[in-house]
Design a protein around this ligand. Structure first.
Ligand code: GDP
Ligand code: IMO
Ligand code: MG
Length: 428
């Protein structure tokens, strides 16, 4: 039975939430395996609009078991805020499972995220300020707090003491901030422990058993390929594995069980935060895409930087994720542009690059080489079959498919769940 991974193929906000929701009625488990509440997914169901951060988008599908797996970092306050907001809107959240091995984001992680950014000045990453990087740093540094630790107060206090030891020196002596006490942190972390307890389990065991029983699993990435800590535009990345490999380490299933990898990609490109972006537009077209596409962040409200489609990036995403399918979103946003430039390669200091340069300096110097494709004027938001699209829109999709290294299996023509053209079965 299918165990499909869904990842962002660009710099995030491709429409992963909508794509997950689209498959929701056909899957048994939706697993979030990386990141935390730095993510922001908008899901539109009928007249209702939901903004999700920490919770997997599958939580909105009745019958689905949503899972926060070991690769996620969990801000417990945010978890319950989000759950309570959904409960208030009548969503059944009772099936949620949380891995006992998932790491916790504490107040000191949020503080360090913010002061580090301030300290970096013009070298800042433009993080979401949610404590993501510092929480993953503690995990790798082996001073993290895991869900399991919350259920033994003595152990928790010892671990918090260990985690705060160096940090307080840094906060007080370098950043000129007040020290954070063990007591206040333990109190903060224990606030929701009783409510959390029944949800916390060995999710690797649960997921492997589900696979043995022939259940269908969807692994939903936060962030995206170009924000992946290994394969993205380092250091302007997030601190987790947002590519397909992360679904395996981040959930405790073996790579042999993955049956497909879906990449979600916008018909143009956006980026939030700092870092290189070859097709970024600084003219009226950038503003046009931002306005027409509603490109404002779900998490921080920041305006997203906008640019034309970059096929070098999608080819790279196809390669590092082993993509089997692409979901192309927001094609409707391009309606009414006479000639649509698409980046086919880069010029790096006079040398043509058909593949992504992973040397930071080369990527910073990359200038897009464009091909112009003919646009269309007809409203496509009601198209539900490929043949409903105007010929030039069909050509645009086919051209992108040829350049991008994977077949386009679904096309988004609007934010709503049904504003989608299905070309191939994504779970097939
Ligand atoms: P995610 O982080 O990848 O889940 O994406 P976000 O939710 O942050 O950003 C995608 C935005 O585009 C959301 O506001 C969606 O409602 C919207 N969206 C998704 N697919 C389409 C589409 O095909 N057309 C249009 N116009 N909007 C879409
Ligand atoms: P979704 O899941 C877009 C960006 C931040 C910043 C960098 C590091 O909605 O696609 P972090 O707080 O993670 O340490 O910030 O990564 N970033 C995102 N950009 N979409 C996201 O998530 C993002 N999550 C993090 O803007 O540049
Ligand atoms: Mg988003």
């Amino acid at each position: 039975m299918p165990a499909v991974v869904l990842v962002g193929a660009q710099w995030g906000d491709e429409g992963k939430g909508k794509a997950t929701d689209l498959l929701g009625s056909r899957v048994d488990y939706v697993v979030k395996f990386n990141g935390g509440n730095n993510a922001g997914h908008t899901v539109v169901i009928g007249d209702e609009k939901y903004a999700l951060h920490l919770l997997p988008s599958g939580i909105l599908s009745p019958g689905v078991v949503p899972v926060i797996a070991n690769g996620v970092v969990v801000d417990i306050d945010v978890l319950f805020e989000e759950l309570d907001a959904l409960i208030a809107r009548g969503v059944d959240v009772s099936r949620l499972l949380v891995s006992g091995s998932a790491h916790v984001i504490a107040g000191y992680h949020r503080t360090i995220d913010k002061v580090t950014e301030r300290f970096l000045g013009k070298r800042r990453i433009g993080t979401t300020g949610r404590g993501i990087g510092p929480a993953y740093a503690d995990k790798i540094n082996r001073v993290g707090i895991r869900m399991w630790d919350l259920f033994d107060e003595k152990i928790l206090a010892e671990k918090v003491e260990g985690a705060l030891d160096q940090k307080n020196h840094l906060l007080v002596k370098v950043y000129n901030r007040r020290a954070i006490t063990v007591e206040e942190t333990v109190e903060e972390l224990l606030q929701h422990a009783e409510r959390l307890k029944p949800m916390v389990t060995d999710t690797s065991l649960v997921l492997n058993r589900a696979l043995d029983e022939g259940k269908t699993l969807l692994f939903e990435a936060g962030q995206a390929t170009m924000l992946d800590v290994d394969h993205g535009t380092y250091p302007f990345v997030t601190s987790s594995s947002a590519t397909a490999g992360g679904a395996v380490t981040g959930s405790g299933i073996g790579p042999t069980r993955v049956t497909g990898v879906i990449g979600v990609v916008k018909a143009y490109t956006t980026r939030v935060g700092e870092g290189p972006f070859p097709t970024e537009l600084f003219d009226q077209w950038g503003e046009y895409l931002q306005k027409t596409g509603g490109e404002f962040g779900v998490t921080t409200g920041r305006a997203r930087r906008c640019g034309w489609y970059d096929s070098v990036i999608t080819r790279y995403a196809s390669r590092v994720n082993g993509l089997t399918d692409l979901v192309l979103t927001k094609l409707d946003v391009l309606t009414g542009i006479e000639k649509i430039p698409v980046c086919v390669a880069y010029d790096v200091d006079g040398v043509r690059y058909d593949e992504m340069p992973t040397d930071q300096t080369a990527f910073h110097h990359a200038k897009p080489i464009y091909e112009e494709l003919d646009g269309w004027w007809e409203d496509i938001s009601n198209a539900r079959a490929f043949a409903d699209l105007p010929v030039n829109a069909q050509r645009y999709v086919r051209a992108l498919e040829e350049m991008s290294g994977a077949r386009i299996s679904a096309i988004g023509v609007g934010p709503a769940r049904d504003a989608t053209i299905q070309v191939h079965d994504l779970l097939g």
